[in-house]
Design a protein around this ligand. Sequence first.
Ligand code: ATP
Ligand code: MG
Length: 743
Amino acid sequence: MKRFAVYLKTRPIGLVSLIVLFLLYLMMTFAEFFAPYSPNTSFPDKSYHPPNVRFYNGTLQAQEWRVTNTVTWKYARIRDHYTPIQFFGEGESYRLWGIIPAQRHLVTTDPGSYPVFIMGTDSLGRDLFSRIVYGSRISLTIGFVATFISLALAVFFGGLSGYYGGITDWSIMRFSEFLMLIPSLYLILFLRSLMASTMDTGQSYMMITIILSLVSWPGSARTIRGMVHAIKREEFVLNAKLEMIPSPLIILNHIIPQIASLLIVSIALSVPGFIMTETVLSYLGLGITDPAVSWGSLIRRDISTLANLRAFPWLLTPVWFLLGVTLAFNFIGDALRDYFDPYHTFFSRKKKKGTRDWGLGTGVRSCRRHCCPENDGTSDLSPVISKHDNTTHTYPNNPNRKPQSPVPSPQCGKAAPLLIVKDLHITFSVLRGKKLTLIPAVRGLSFALTKGETLGIVGESGSGKSVSTMAIPGLLPKNAAVNGSILYNGKEMLGLSTAELREYRGKKIGMIFQEPGRSFDPLQNMGSVFFETFRNSDPNIGKEEALEKAAALLAETGLERGRERLGNFPHQFSGGQLQRIGIALALAQGCELLIADEPTTALDVTIQKQIVDLLKNLRRTRGISIIFISHDIELVADISDRIMVMYGGLAMETGAAQEIINNPMHPYTKALLASSPRFGSHYTQERLPAIPGKVSAPGEDSSQGCKGNQSCPFAPRCTLAKPECSQELPALKMTAGRELRCI
Ligand code: ATP
Ligand code: MG
């Protein structure tokens, strides 16, 4: 609850909704105190009296009105006739909860003086506000009570059905389908008609609640059954069975908690549904009857004609209450759903041109501005394309600043860059315990890629390789704030809308992923995967034509009998074959840039070699550019023209692949190379040196502090570290033809 309360601070609408509901439930509980009069107190000569609270002489006062026409109930205000409104004053006597005698009301006027009508009166001169307050008792409790009864039934029947299966499942499901087949309104009408018309308020209230619960459980029961069915095969349930724990206890203690989040969200979302159904029933005259009041019965009784409403618009007030409660429950339900779903933790806030700024992006910028005054965001910027076109390079944050260490383009003067990433910052905001934490995953990354070039990115797990490449086609989750610049063919990619990105995703930028088995839908055969992809760029393409094109692509990527195999499902292929299909799919819309995020990690070495050869070949024949990510520096050197070594969200060393392999300069690159096994060496003769320590999580080491104390993130593990390394972050400098971040 505490965690949720903290989380709600990031969801203002959810927070406001919670406060509104709290106030309404408070009002409901102490209705006798909040309402100035009892719901049936009638002022015979004040039918359809307008609201009369006014601000006069610096206080709230009830103004007097006089009837001018008792047929049409026209009123006129009387000037200067005011009665002071008393807060916590003594008025009509009542018994709180039917027990405690009292006389104090939140607002009232002296007994015998002019009454206060906060929201006007109805046709019998009864105070509408008092009736709404009392009506909330039925309306607000009916929702909760019905939800709990129906959810209990759903958990009971869904749990039994899913857990035991067989005949139990069959009987319960057929019965629930039978109930679902009957339109629920007819069922409600039928059940209601069986009830005696002479029922008193309490009885009819009970009956309506029970009827509502009875008709609504089957839908949820089916969902719960499906989930239980899946969970019961998990090993922890098998283990519990092995320990001879009785089945009801397994369901209650091990299975239901797994679906608790779904249950909580469904409670929040179904309460307003029940309130509305009660309203509809009362509106139809089948719900709460006189003298009891609910919001539904108020709406039914008061809003009889449109003319009535036009003459006395305050009669619509119960509708606003109903709407408020329904929306509040829905907003809280939304907040709860997002809270339990880690992928949708944050709402997007305002976006600024040039940034793809989700969640707390503004916070990230202000952190850099306020906490690191000496760092204007350019100190560690690598002006990657500064010289090749002989124009003055400018920095995104500071156009007047000249680069200190111009780094020539990798293929100076040879080819125009296809992709230029400048000063890329990616910060995730996550809720850790009670605190909203910012995780700086990428902290000023710059690189360029020319047409037809292959850039290899290496680094240990968590160095930010995947997130920085996922930012290019805009695939990061909502809790990532992205700043800097990503120019693709000269066009700024950050800040593009999803519709604009559609022109790039798949069509220009393709991706292949680490685990081929998990990047395909298990229920879709390959033919339909390709058909769907081709139709994205050519909506008129026929199925046959698409399959022919797919077969040609599969042949190009080296999959044998491709045309026949298009009817197969993902599980019918091996990992290597799936990766070939993944590459073919990435090429299907003619992509120019292929991002391969550890495409060979899940494959054995022979297949690895084949995939790498295939990528090299495609680069030659199609002229595509490739970003190849891997942990394996030797493998990366095999395929890449240039290598960028990343650590702690920063580029440590970038240069031509062979130079880096033969003559590594950065201590981290050296350590990486030293720790990779070489052909011919064996652990019995020579122990491979490991890099001491482990990669610290972003945001946890002092190197990433935002109070100006940035230091080299590798310093704590570096065997050559000096005291200066922990004092400031070395800038990326051109050294011997490569970019190097080391003192
Ligand atoms: P690996 O080699 O294991 O794939 P990587 O270099 O690709 O590692 P990334 O996936 O880029 O690493 O992650 C960089 C950092 O960003 C990690 O510390 C990770 O915890 C953090 N991170 C990634 N995605 C999220 C997210 N959605 N929310 C919060 N933090 C994230
Ligand atoms: Mg990764």
